[in-house]
Design a binder for this molecule. Structure first.
Ligand SMILES: C[S@@+](CC[C@H](N)C(=O)[O-])C[C@H]1O[C@@H](n2cnc3c(N)ncnc32)[C@H](O)[C@@H]1O
Length: 429
């Protein structure tokens, strides 16, 4: 028998909030237990509740008098999900409340069923006022609100709001297979509303997300799903056919495939520390009909895998907090902590330093993150430049704003994810 979607959603929230699993992992574990027709509801419940959790809890706090109920992870999740359903989904009140009460019983919380019933009825009758506290209003954990405020004193409310939006589904066209204009026509013929991207010449934004199986030519590699900001990496690195190219943190391979679409004859090494994630790179390459040398290894330890031949181009799409892609991954609000930006910055600096010596004279390295915290971006690059006089800042994408020697795109700018790019060139010797 299948699990009711609200019960599964409680387990998803508990896995993310208590066990630190990603939302993708938690959904992967719970979705198969839920009937197929209920999976969109499970998804809408889990994403919405994680996105708005701080605000929902601030609004509901006075309605849940007993501390022990608030401290119980399963009850906490059930109440947050119920509060989200009352405010954010169109379920009729009686159905939403009775399903939540039934879920309380299924979760062996029958003694709290009366409380769940009373609290959710109240929330459906009269939505509580928006909290005055800025962090709660923008549904951010306090540390994240403070960090955003410090980084972007003027823009942070807009950045926070953009992080609560539903992201668009954006496609990348492989121009060797189909032009963007022809692809837009194909989509129109199939009744799929779409428009060209604002910045990247390969981008198409869909009005509504849909399963990739409905996209013309997806399995043949004509199209890939990739945010427009991420589509700026390959043209910035600008590899040429025949060059040795390193994609140092490649998985799941969105940019790897784009690099080979940009320069089909490049000799590309796709490296990632995670052998599991590297399989996704291989799958992406197979779908696109492109080849790369895939290596599971630590980019910070080239002695373990490098053959000593320099690369003309290196992409370092570094591991980061992901603070620029919260709209796609609302679990980031709960999985990251106040000391993560500084911790990530140390790793990023280490990777940059280790990979720089692999770059050929006259070569180019692109440093990218999907973070909007200066300590992971311009500060990493500035610290590096101060110690490497042979490194010269190169060109930048025509998007976002200049920050130090890089370019910062904030989430929502031209509809894009938050992204940082810097380009470093090694003078010819
Ligand atoms: C931001 S993701 C890369 C996204 C990828 N470039 C794309 O466009 O699909 C960062 C990746 O870096 C990998 N990674 C983290 N630390 C690493 C290291 N020391 N060496 C190699 N890969 C690493 C992670 O496994 C993760 O897949």
């Amino acid at each position: 028998m299948s699990t009711p979607p609200r019960v599964a959603a409680v387990h998803v929230l508990e896995r993310v909030l208590e066990r630190g699993e990603t939302l993708d992992e938690a959904l992967e574990a719970q979705s198969p237990r839920v009937a197929e027709r209920d999976r969109p509801l499970l998804q809408a419940l889990a994403y919405g509740a994680l996105r708005w959790l701080t605000r929902l809890e601030a609004q509901g706090a006075s309605l849940t008098p007993r501390d022990d109920w608030r401290r119980d992870p399963l009850l906490r999740a059930l109440l947050v999900l119920g509060a989200w359903e009352a405010q954010g989904l169109a379920t009729p009140a009686h159905a939403a409340v009775s399903e939540a009460v039934e879920a309380a019983r299924r979760l062996r919380r029958a003694r709290a069923a009366g409380m769940v019933n009373a609290v959710l009825r109240k929330l459906h009758r009269a939505p509580p006022p928006v909290p005055e506290d800025a962090a709660a209003r923008h549904a951010l954990p306090a540390w994240l609100a403070e960090h955003l405020h410090r980084a972007w004193p003027e823009d942070w409310p807009a950045v926070a709001e953009a992080g609560n939006e539903h992201p668009p589904m954006t496609l990348r066209v492989d121009p060797a297979r189909v032009s963007r204009a022809a692809c837009l026509e194909l989509l129109t013929e199939r009744g799929i509303a779409a428009r060209p991207g604002a910045v990247a010449p390969t981008a198409i934004t869909l009005d509504d997300p849909l399963p990739v199986s409905r996209l013309p030519g997806f399995s043949e590699g004509w199209l890939s799903v990739q945010d427009e900001a991420a589509q700026l990496a390959a043209p910035l690195l600008d590899p040429q056919p025949g060059e040795r190219v390193l994609d140092a943190c490649a998985a799941p391979g969105g940019k790897t495939l784009h690099l080979l679409e940009h320069a089909p004859g490049a000799a590309l090494t796709a490296l990632d520390r995670s052998a599991r994630r590297l399989r996704q790179v291989r799958d992406n390459l197979a779908r696109g009909g492109r080849q790369a040398h895939c290596v599971a290894a630590d980019a910070a330890d080239p002695d373990a895998w490098w053959d000593g031949k320099p690369f003309q181009r290196i992409l370092l799409d570094a591991p980061c907090t992901g603070s620029g892609v919260i709209r796609r991954h609302p679990d980031i609000k709960w999985l990251r902590h106040a000391d993560d930006p500084a911790r990530m910055a140390r790793t990023q600096r280490q990777l940059l330093t280790a990979l720089w010596r692999l770059l050929a004279p006259g070569g180019r390295l692109v440093y990218a993150t999907c973070s909007i915290f200066p300590e992971e971006n311009e500060a990493v690059v500035a610290g590096f430049l101060a110690e490497h006089p042979e490194a010269v800042p190169g060109p930048l994408p025509a998007a976002g704003r200049r920050t130090g020697s890089g370019c910062q795109i904030l989430p929502g700018e031209s509809g894009m994810d938050g992204f940082f790019y810097a380009c470093l060139e090694r003078g010819a010797e």
